[in-house]
Design a protein around this ligand. Sequence first.
Ligand code: ASP
Length: 331
Amino acid sequence: MTTRKSLLLTILLTMKKHLNNFLLLTLLFIPTQVNASNYALVIHGGAGWFSDMSAEEVEGIKNGLKEALDIGYEILESGGSSTDAVVEAIVVLEDNELFNAGKGAVYTSELKQELDASIMVGRNNDAGAVASVTNVKNPIRLARYVMEETKHVMFSSKGAERVAKDAGLEIVYPNYFYQKNRLDDAKRIKKENSKMGTVGVVAIDKDGNIAAGTSTGGMTNKMPGRIGDSPIIGAGTWAENNVCGVSATGHGEFFIRFNVANEICDLIKYKSKDVNEAAEIVIENLKSIGADGGVIVLDAEGNAAMTFNTPAMARAYKNSKGEELVKIYRD
Ligand code: ASP
């Protein structure tokens, strides 16, 4: 063989080797079991009674859900990540005083507001959470910052507020959260924890990545320092690629003790339940012990469950097949 021919052969063989490596790498990074066209977003704005509400409030809640749904969905549609969709949709709800999160947070027994939030991404079990923050405009942004920029998973009260300040997130005076009707509720309801709310979003993006987030003011008349399920990874929020994502709302103490969000994904993963069966088993179990609440669940194909044992749960869903829903009551 001439030197020229052997040089050409070497070049061809090297190219073939690199092509093989390239193909192998491409295959490794394609998520399994995922149909990229099945992106979807599901939202809740709290489970409860929604009985003493004016028609305007009901309309306002539906409009708020729809606004959050559209913002999250646009992100997914344009190829954005489920993490972005979850955070931006939750920010819309945190900024809307009709929801018990951010601006609309309920009051503690000492008539102050303490906010909790968490986020989880299913690609790598990454998670971030904050509890009892009093001056952070959007706690979900802080939860994301904790997840992405610190080596920890959860911060509370003053430490969390310091992280928010260092992160350059928007800090507000506590009176930003002032709301006359919520304050009146807290003064009236002095005997028991009540008035549930909370917001949550679960999304799956075009890459098949699932993310889930939850944000809340907690329960009206909660004791100062009390932390509910919303910032607890596994209880109020869970995301696991190729299995499911969950955000919960309801009587947090029970949701913590029964590890609700993770339990639902485990039923899908280990017992081959579908999203609706899994959610129903867990929500029915809660009902049997007197725990009120609901969950939103999204699986790896973009199928959603919106399951609750209260008379109503504010909820919304949109997927890439063109299905869309915004609802509060059962029918
Ligand atoms: N789960 C929230 C908490 O216990 C309240 C709610 O979802 O309504 O703090």
